[in-house]
Every structure is written in C-alpha cells, then in structure tokens.
Write a protein that binds this ligand. Structure first.
Ligand code: FAD
Length: 418
C-alpha cells in the first residue's frame, strides 16, 4: 500500500492519465502527483476529434477533460509539453527530455497509442493526414472545404466518422477498405451493411477489397491515391486510418513484459510491481472472457483501468469488473457496443436492420456482446445481461417487442456494475 507521503508519477496526460490523477485524489491520496504530458494544450478528450470538433461545432475548451483550475485545486502537478524519455527501474526514476530525473514510488504509464502508418509510404507530404491529436484535427479541418475530395484509407470507426464529418462540411469522401466489408475486424455483418448503406445514401463512395499501392504527388502535394488493381482516385487530401499501435517504447526499453502493448494484470500492474500501465498502451486480461488478453482502445477502458490501478496503489478494495463498451457517431446514427464477440457460437438480430436494431452475440446460451444502432435501451440492458452471465432464451432475446431488460433476472445476489 502506498503511504500518503509517497509520490505517484504518471506519464501521459490523456484520458487514462488524467482519470488516474483524479481517482487518486478522490480516493484520499494526499501524496504528490506528477502528471507529464508531451502535448502543449490542457488534457482533452479525443472522440470529438473526428466528430463535433472536426465539424467545427465545438471549440477546444469543450474538449478539456478538466479545467485548468481543477489541477491547481486538486494539487496535481501537471507538466505539459514535456516528453518522458526513459524509465530507470533500478533508480525508480524517469528521465525527461530536458535531461532531469524525477523519482517515483509508483509509476503509471498512460502513453496511449498512435495511428498505424501505411507501409512503404513516404509519411511527409502535403495533403496526407492522420488523426490522433487536436493539432491533427485542426490541420484536417482546413483541408475539408466544400470543393475538397478526401480519401479515407481504412473503413474502420475513425475513417467512417471522418467521412461523415467531411460530407457534413460539403466535401466529397471516398473510403478505401482492404476487407470485403467495412469495420470487418470490429463489427458484425449486419452493422457493416447498415453503415455502408447509410454512408452511400449520403454520398460517401465506398470501395472494398482494395489495397493502396501508392500515393502520387505533384510538387510534394498529394494528388492521387492509386490502388493495387490500378484504379486511381484523384483527391485533395487523404487520411490514413488503419488502426493504432501502442506507445509502449518506454516499457520495452525498461524491460517490462510487452507483447503488442505493455502486459498488465487485472489491476493494470506490469511485470514490475511498482509500475502500472493503463489505457490504449496496455494489453489486459478481460475477466468476462476467461481472462483472454486483449488491447482495447476506448474511453471506457481507459477510465476503468485508471480506477483499478488507483485502487491497487491505494490498497483499496478492487472495484467490480466492468463490461467493456464503445460508441461511435456517424451522421445521425448512434452506434454503441458492449463486450467483445470472442468465439461467439451464434448471432441474433433484434429489430429491423433498417434503422434501429441490435445484434446479439451468444456463446453457450449467454450474451457475450451486443451491438446497437440507435437503441440505447438495448445497449444498457445488454451490458447488464453480459455482466450477469445468465442463460437467455433465443426466441425472447430476438423479439424486439420484448424489452431486453425484462430478461435480466437479479435472482442471485450478484451486484451488477454498469
Ligand atoms: P491518450 O488519450 O492518447 O493519451 C496519451 C497521452 O500521452 C497523449 O497526450 C500522448 O501525447 C502522451 N504521451 C505519449 N508518450 C509520451 C511520453 N513519452 N511523454 C509524455 N507524454 C506522452 N473511444 C471511444 O470509446 N469512443 C469513441 O467514439 C472514440 N473516438 C475516437 C476518435 C478519435 C479520432 C481518436 C483518436 C480516438 C477515439 N477513441 C474513442 C479512443 C479514445 O480516445 C482512446 O481510447 C483514449 O483516448 C485512450 O486514452 P489514453 O489515455 O490511453 O491515451
């Protein structure tokens, strides 16, 4: 257990890092908290970067996770614009870019992830974008005038959200996807089909089974995206949105166990008991899925892991496990999902796939994941059903006239955390 005189150092002032600092104080920790972030602006939330902020509907101050005064009032020593370059586990200290060292009693690595680069493509060219930071969005927004034609390389959530935002701003948008359908790695076919139809109906061009062979330039400026089959798409800008890679370099250099992210236990603890890793940078066991190890990129996961790590650092009771969740907004469609459909043995469709429906993924007669389109009620009830691990009846579950929440039986004394 950490004493109230000790010092917790957090690397990365994003969703996970700020949540950890906040939970430390709300959990009664009175020691020092040092929160280092390499970006210049106050810590902010990323989801609006491809949605409302990209469309110019909200400003930077609407993105802030906490106000500037919060950090002062909570005595959180927030150091912005400072990159951490090394962790020395023997010294129990970190080295900053300016060469100085800071000691820690507990260290939390919350360095997030970065966009995966397109292989064999020169990264520096005018008109080529990625989307992770507030600065990325500011640059991209300038490229989204009504006469622009933007190509989204990757039909995942970020690519589709940007396509929808681009259309809202009057620009042309083309999505290039390697797989035979959108969101192939992360969503079911009914959801992919629905979103594909929705985007097409709003003017988004969608090309599947297509891989990018080259980005062509004229005078250093992107002019065309060329596919492996020879097709060429003239464009004014392109965004590469083909997934993320964890920023786990500090952990790897320090000799922490890493494998596609920093490996952690149920509490976010790494192979070094004094060091935790939380949020996008970590790969964690998922308690509702036989502790299968997985890397999640979502706000819900970042906040949950921050809560777990802080409880472990403070020696407090471990919070109840949460069912992982995610959301995405595209045009006026509200997508929400809970759980992960690992090894599902069947899939049920609830409602019509026209505009409001849910896809239920079952394994051994239990709900393990739910995807909802414009159906917040099913999402909330589905999350509870997954947590309860109870057996459900297929016929009732697939009947949209039967409220999903009516299937929840709280007969046992299990506390549901949703
Ligand atoms: P981050 O929020 O990325 O924070 C990490 C911080 O650490 C960054 O500021 C980084 O610059 C800093 N850092 C890295 N290395 C160092 C270093 N060496 N020294 C100092 N600082 C360092 N999730 C959802 O659930 N729903 C959504 O709709 C959704 N939409 C998204 C849209 C976009 C465009 C993006 C980019 C993400 C979206 N996400 C969404 C994912 C969600 O934002 C992330 O899962 C979440 O931000 C992860 O939090 P984190 O703290 O792990 O990482």
């Amino acid at each position: 257990m950490t004493s109230n005189m000790s010092r917790v150092v957090i690397i990365g002032a994003g969703q996970a890092g700020v949540s950890a600092a906040t939970f430390l104080r709300s959990g009664g920790f009175r020691g020092q908290i040092l929160l280092f972030g390499d970006e210049q602006v106050l810590p902010y939330q990323r989801p609006p970067l491809s949605k409302a902020f990209l469309k110019g509907e909200i400003g930077l101050e609407d993105l802030w996770l906490k106000s500037a005064t919060f950090y002062v009032e909570q005595n959180i020593d927030l150091r912005l614009g400072i990159r951490v370059e090394e962790i020395d586990r023997k010294k129990a200290a970190i080295r900053l870019a300016n060469g100085t060292w800071q000691a820690y009693d507990n260290l939390i690595i919350a360095t997030g992830s970065r966009p995966r680069a397109l292989p064999d493509v020169q990264e520096e060219m005018e008109g080529l974008h990625q989307l992770r930071s507030y600065e990325d969005t500011r640059r991209l927004r300038k490229a989204l005038s009504p006469d622009a034609h933007i190509v989204l390389v990757g039909g995942g959530y970020i690519g589709l959200e940007v396509a929808a935002s681009a259309r809202a701003l009057g620009a042309r948008a083309t999505v290039i996807e390697l797989e035979d359908r959108l969101l192939a790695r992360v969503a079911s076919r009914p959801v992919s089909n629905f979103l594909e139809g929705y985007h097409r109906a709003r003017g988004v061009e969608i090309i599947t089974c297509a891989s990018v062979a080259a980005l062509e330039t004229d005078g250093g400026r992107l002019t065309n995206v060329r596919l492996a089959d020879g097709r060429r798409f003239q464009c004014t800008a392109a965004v590469v949105a083909i997934g993320g890679v964890p920023n786990d370099q500090l952990g790897r250099m320090a000799g922490l166990s890493c494998d596609g992210g920093i490996l952690v236990d149920h509490n976010g603890r790494t192979s070094d008991p004094a060091i935790f890793a939380i949020g996008d940078v970590s790969r964690r066991p998922l308690p509702f899925y036989g502790d299968r190890v997985h890397r999640l990129e979502s706000v819900g996961n970042a906040v949950e892991q921050a809560r777990l790590a802080v409880a472990a650092i403070l020696g407090q009771e471990r919070p109840e496990d949460e069912v992982h969740w995610f959301w995405s907004d595209q045009f006026d469609v509200k997508f929400k999902s809970a759980g992960v459909a690992f090894d599902a043995d069947r899939q049920l469709l609830r409602g019509s796939s026209e505009g409001r429906f849910s896809v239920l993924h079952l394994k051994d007669d239990r709900l393990i994941s739910i995807e909802t389109i414009n159906n917040a009620g099913d999402f909330v009830a589905g999350r509870k059903l997954i947590a309860s691990r109870q057996v459900i009846d297929d016929t009732l579950a697939a009947d949209a006239d039967v409220p999903l929440k009516s299937l929840i039986s709280l007969g046992n004394d299990r506390k549901l955390y949703v």
